[in-house]
Design a protein around this ligand. Sequence first.
Ligand SMILES: NC(=O)c1ccc[n+]([C@@H]2O[C@H](COP(=O)([O-])OP(=O)(O)OC[C@H]3O[C@@H](n4cnc5c(N)ncnc54)[C@H](O)[C@@H]3O)[C@@H](O)[C@H]2O)c1
Length: 370
Amino acid sequence: MKQIGVGLIGTGYMGKCHALAWNAVKPVFGDVPDVKLVHLAEVDEGKAKVRAAEFGFAKATGDWRALIADPEVDVVSLTTPNAFHPDMAIAALDAGKHLWCEKPMAPKLADAEAMLAAQRRSGKVAVLGYNYIQNPAVRHVRKLLDDGAIGSVNHVRIEMDEDFMADPAAPFMYRHEASSGWGALDDFGVHPLSLISALLGRVSRVMCDMAKPYDTRVTSSGQSRAVEVYDIANVLFRLENGASGLLALNRSAWGRKGRIAVQIFGATGAIVYDQERLNEVQLYRTSDSAAEQGFRTILTGTNHPPYDRFIPAPGHGLGFNDLKIIECRQVIGRMLGEDSVAITFEEGILIERAVAGMARSFQEGRWIDL
Ligand SMILES: NC(=O)c1ccc[n+]([C@@H]2O[C@H](COP(=O)([O-])OP(=O)(O)OC[C@H]3O[C@@H](n4cnc5c(N)ncnc54)[C@H](O)[C@@H]3O)[C@@H](O)[C@H]2O)c1
């Protein structure tokens, strides 16, 4: 493969991330085919043309089906809201395109299963946008666990908090409609679940509670509307290896901006990581002398691949968009037949099934075996 033709659907928060990643992946990594930004789709042609000019795409359309029908497009970056994923993903795969689809797969499990079926019948690559697993710091956590740095893991605690829904006066939006999913559970919970999948293996049992901090919000036309989703979710879980776990998810946690605080406790130590300090890992080891035991801070640098592809000096720090560039390299790797670090639809469906199990647990008020 000498050249990769890219199609981008959606140009909001994640659409821009994908565009930056496609633009940067060759300069950062070098060892990839040339990237050609072929076609961009938005809700209307006017917006598509503006964004195509900004992002560097050759063609623009207000009809995403035209992008999928374009023979120059090899891979589709799908960055529209969750409810659009099933139709767009299945159409792209059925048209023989590779797919880089933002998380989660779909608001409804049946749709996610249909997306997996489409991927299987197409034989094309379908990678999900679980960027946090691409962080060199997180990859180092995996190495520490594999090396037995903290012994066998017995407890995991992950808190994911942001405050973009903390203001009760903030207007009603599509994210408050049941058609967009459960709320914090699938919008947020899938990220911690991607970390669990990449670091610790499968979840076997779940018990979930969800809550609405505010029952109503005011629409842009001044009407009060009932909030249909849950901005808070708490989940007890068990891993297949027997370790116990806790997830706390909150989209209305004032002061928290991008917190994914992970604590992993083992027989001989502990590892702590927080996305708000994404270039650091905290490690505690009982093998240190008793007088010196305490958490040490490991700052990522050139010994934590692929940090060195960005910066030759340690401690300067990568950012959120850099994780997307690394993820883009992994998507290309899968397209080239490499065994790259990625959550494909095959692993992603386990996350969707776990979320569905958590939602069922909340509805039925009991533990659910996955
Ligand atoms: N990986 C992450 O860290 C992360 C972070 C935020 C959002 N997301 C995911 O990314 C996806 C998009 O979220 P966002 O925050 O970027 O949303 P957004 O609202 O900022 O952007 C969505 C874009 O899709 C466009 N769009 C909507 N319908 C369309 C259509 N029919 N055809 C073409 N374009 C259309 C909108 O005009 C908008 O530009 C969601 O699945 C979300 O869960 C992932």
